[in-house]
Design a protein around this ligand. Structure first.
Ligand code: KDG
Length: 309
């Protein structure tokens, strides 16, 4: 059956201290499932659309519980692979009084063995939209090849796609990231990045010129996010900005994915680009106002946020 979104990447078990705002002193942890791509898949499912997510998980208990968490959100996870490597994790503090500090336990993880042959044409032709991120490119060379393959096949098969630069400086150097990500940031319907991500990949954070440059590279909707500050966009050469709804920021982690998911869902529901970006911005702000990557993801139907959110 046709799905609205196909995405793939690494899901992590995120261990967050509950008794202290530092991993250095915390003794108790809450575990949740998250990851840039799966967050987008869940964002669409919450809005009543059909998401399919692929990853490789370890043959371990963390893999098992994470698959259950994702399936419980209504995301189609039926074609994931279980491989003889460990399931990745991340350890962090909640960031209530101190800045969020993250540690990854993911080098050599199950998901880092994702490869281009995992992404069959069937996954792509059975979807209305394909979403990828720079994180999959950072976790391994085979992951980067899988992203390049998925974007190329989506283009060849006429399926709309998006690419979130999602630079993770703990995973690779700026030079490595720019070399791999720049050639991928082209010919997508929707390109997303933060100010410093554009600076690393495109060598400039001047929103007007760098977003126009992205349009010229075939990215129809190019967006530069900036936390709770106005997000800048350029749609086919038309530049503008959107002020995100004001909220008390509790946990910004995951809000970028909520923005992306809310926007893609809006576009798939038939909204014009600007209305879809506004919906994305609303979704991102809501997630930032609550703790956790999935907690604040709004509900809706047909890709449109319900008014009571
Ligand atoms: O975008 C939110 C992600 O950063 C978080 O869920 C963990 O995927 C993650 C990562 O690689 O940092």
């Amino acid at each position: 059956m046709k799905v609205d979104l196909f995405t793939f990447g690494e899901s992590l078990s995120v261990f967050i201290t509950t008794d202290s705002d530092s991993v250095l002193t915390g003794k108790f942890y809450e575990r949740v499932t998250a990851g840039a791509e799966v967050n987008v898949a869940v964002a669409l499912a919450r809005l009543g659309l059909k998401s399919k997510y692929f990853s490789r998980f370890g043959q371990d208990q963390l893999g098992e519980v994470m698959i259950k968490d994702i399936a419980a959100e209504g995301v189609d996870i039926s074609t994931v692979k279980r491989v003889p490597f460990f399931t990745g994790a991340m350890v962090r503090n909640p960031g209530k009084d101190a800045p969020v500090e993250t540690t990854y336990l993911r080098k050599g993880s199950a998901a880092s063995t994702i490869e281009a042959s995992d992404i069959s044409d069937e996954f792509i032709t059975n979807a209305r939209w394909v979403h990828t991120t720079g994180i999959t490119c950072a976790i391994s060379e085979s992951g980067a090849a899988a992203v390049a393959h998925a974007l190329a096949r989506a283009k060849a098969l006429g399926v709309k796609s998006s690419f979130d630069l999602n630079l993770r400086r703990k995973l690779w150097s700026d030079e490595q990231a720019a070399k791999v990500l720049k050639p991928l940031a082209k010919d997508v319907e929707f390109l997303i990045g933060g100010e410093s991500e554009y600076e690393v990949v495109f060598g400039s954070k001047d929103a007007k010129s760098v977003l126009k440059d992205a349009n010229d590279r075939g990215c129809k909707i190019a967006v530069m996010t900036n936390g709770d500050q106005p997000l800048r966009y350029s749609i086919n050469g038309e530049f503008g900005q959107i002020l995100p709804p004001k909220v008390v920021a509790v946990d910004p982690v995951g809000s970028g994915d909520a923005f992306t998911g809310g926007t893609i869902a809006g576009l798939l529901s038939g909204m014009d680009e600007l209305t879809a970006l506004r919906q994305g911005s609303r979704s991102g702000a809501r997630v930032a106002s609550m703790f956790g990557d999935w907690t604040g993801l709004p509900t809706g139907s047909g890709g449109v946020i319900n008014e009571d959110n």
